[in-house]
Design a protein around this ligand. Structure first.
Ligand code: ADP
Ligand code: TPW
Length: 565
């Protein structure tokens, strides 16, 4: 009796199933089409995209939301490279994902003899991935999937590249030996308990503070230690500031939120506790003028090399956030941490003043709409729907929405993140809707939407509960710039002013709307959400409403020699 045989394709799917990887986001073609077919046949959900970058972003955000690596499947060379922006973005942001790519004949690739879709993919991926592996023998498939899962999840999560050459996928092997080669990962994210002395040092420093501040980053959101983080903040009475994707970890309307007094809180704090947030450009590298030069820092992070990266950290706590917060809570004695009451009062007064200013801006009803009036309408619709995911990209559309739209549940706000990358929109929306079944509202600048717009077809094909709202101001940042040479070509920042984006979704059977005032926007959005079906709202915004580069115009170098006549 000959032994029963299997092949590489089957082994990949079995290794995934054994480790609970139940969804693949991808684009098919040589040599991975049968892998996707087999996955579907074997009960793994396959979501087919129009471009690998969106598939990669979907996998990355699925990883962020579930603490399981999201899987993206790509074809060789160009498909692989299309996915790389998402893999790199996942690594930069700390999202666990695995990009599995088919690749061409290694013997031909390495001698550069001109194979179909020839590229040394593993080495191309290395600088952009947390880890990059290639499987050269089918018997190594099991261990390669195990290794990829562990690399994606442990420590600071990130993007892992796994290269599967065509001949490894199609190779036959003995079924018994194949079954024995599978590996189930045990404890892929081992707890990393912080040293007791480090915790004591951190609490000591916090106890010395008069003007303490806690900054919550997306690492804290990712850690899913929501209850302990909230308890620690409430028991210490320290004001907190959420970074963009940490909004909702505690509700934005929590009385201790200092978000509406952000600049004051950063500049005046004397002890700052960073929980899963890096002192990168988003926090002015921890330096003056944004921060006080005298401020002292506590930093809780799983990555030891993050400590002292930009500014000296007086009390480093290296460990996972769940273990660290639980330990801090256990050590916390009542009354030990006591922020100065003047500090709390100052923050509160500024908060109220700024909130009042914001209410006035939101209540104005200019025609055409500006960002504030449109976002105010959306905020009102979402107020009693904390379960809705909010995807957000653009410049003004991003920066203003972050300030206007309160989040009330953790991990619901998904945006451009650490890189400020455009193109996450439809991928994040599809990823979040797929893994949760929950509704998604994607608030998109008209330029930002263009980077992943074709995925509207994907949304309609899978009938996902996603409402895309396009802030159409006819341009990148603004729609009113002119050609400085006087020619007929539009200016570099200008897009089509009369674009009817709503017609795009109609081509695929979805519901398209155009709105020009906040009331219509609110009514349409509420109805679209209630339908649970794909919809796109083209929201007409004043072309002169935005500012160049949104709230980060200070980073935009401008020509020193006058040419703007
Ligand atoms: P934000 O952009 O919201 O400020 P960052 O992405 O800059 O957040 O920082 C997140 C930090 O959280 C990273 O330095 C990462 O190492 C850390 N981190 C991620 N997950 C965990 C975890 N489970 N425990 C501890 N630290 C974590
Ligand atoms: C991959 C540069 C930053 S913001 C932006 C671009 C092109 C679009 C801004 O216009 P939009 O929003 O979306 O209409 P709004 O509200 O200001 O009108 N390519 C990539 N990433 C980035 N960040 C850019 C280009 C950019």
């Amino acid at each position: 009796m000959p032994n029963e045989m299997t092949d590489g394709f089957h082994l990949v799917i079995e290794a995934m199933k054994l480790n609970g990887l139940d969804t693949i986001f991808g684009v098919v073609g040589i040599p991975v089409t049968d892998l996707a077919r087999l996955a579907q046949a074997e009960g793994i959900r396959y979501i087919g995209f129009r471009h690998e970058q969106s598939a990669g972003h979907a996998a990355a955000i699925a990883g962020y939301l579930t603490q399981k690596p999201g899987v993206c499947l790509t074809v060789s060379a160009p498909g692989f490279l299309n996915g790389m922006v998402a893999l790199a973005n996942a690594t930069i942001n700390g999202f666990p994902m695995i990009q599995i790519s088919g690749s061409s004949d290694r013997a031909i690739v390495d001698l550069q003899q001109g194979d179909y879709e020839e590229l040394d993919q593993m080495n191309a991926a290395k600088p952009y991935a947390k880890a990059a592996y290639r499987v050269n023998r089918p018997a190594d498939i099991g261990i390669s999937i195990a290794r990829s899962i562990r690399a994606a999840l442990s420590g600071r999560p990130g993007g892992v590249y796994l290269d599967l050459p065509a001949d490894v996928l199609s190779a036959s092997l003995d079924a018994d030996a194949a079954a024995r080669s599978l590996v189930r990962v045990v404890d892929p994210v081992p707890r990393q308990i912080p040293a007791p002395q480090a915790l004591e040092r951190a609490l000591d420093l916090l106890a010395q503070a008069q003007r303490p501040l806690i900054i919550l980053g997306k690492g804290a959101a990712y850690a899913q230690a929501d209850a302990d983080i909230r308890e620690f903040i409430e028991k210490t009475a320290v004001p907190f500031l959420p970074m963009s994707m940490a909004k909702g970890l505690l509700p934005d309307d929590h009385p201790q939120s200092a978000a509406a007094a952000r600049s004051y809180a950063l500049a005046q704090a004397d002890v700052v506790m960073l929980i899963g947030a890096r002192l990168n450009w988003l926090l002015g590298h921890g330096k003056s003028p944004q921060w006080s030069a005298a401020a002292r820092f506590i930093q809780i992070d799983i990555a030891p090399t993050e400590i002292d990266s930009n500014r000296p950290i007086a009390a480093p706590v290296v460990g996972d956030i769940a273990s660290s917060m639980a330990a801090l809570l256990a050590m916390l004695k009542p009354g030990r941490i006591k922020p100065d009451s003047l500090w709390l009062r100052e923050i509160d007064q500024r908060r109220q003043r700024n909130a009042e200013r914001m209410r006035e801006r939101l209540a104005a009803n200019p025609s055409p709409m500006d960002f504030y009036s449109a976002l105010g309408a959306i905020a009102r619709v979402l107020e009693d729907k904390p379960d809705v995911y909010l995807v957000n990209e653009g410049a003004n559309t991003l920066d203003i929405a972050r300030n206007v739209i309160d989040m009330r549940a953790p991990r619901k706000r998904l945006d451009c993140g650490t890189w400020g990358v455009m193109g996450i929109g439809m991928g994040f929306a599809i990823g979040a809707a797929t893994i949760s079944g929950k509704p998604v509202v994607a608030i998109e600048g008209d330029s930002a939407f263009g980077f992943s717009g074709m995925e509207i077809e994907t949304i309609c094909r899978y009938q996902l509960p996603i409402v895309v709202v396009i802030f159409n101001n006819g341009g990148v940042y603004r729609g009113d710039d002119v050609n400085r040479g006087g020619g007929a070509d539009p200016a570099p920042t200008v897009l089509m002013k009369q674009a009817h984006y709503e017609k795009l979704i109609e081509a695929f059977g979805g519901a398209g709307y155009q709105v020009t005032d906040p009331q219509a926007l609110a009514t349409t959005l509420a109805a679209a959400l209630a339908s649970g079906k794909p919809a796109l709202i083209n929201c007409v915004i004043d072309p002169t409403a935005g500012t160049e580069s949104g709230h980060i115009g200070n980073l935009n170098p401008q020509s020193a020699i006058a040419f703007r006549n």
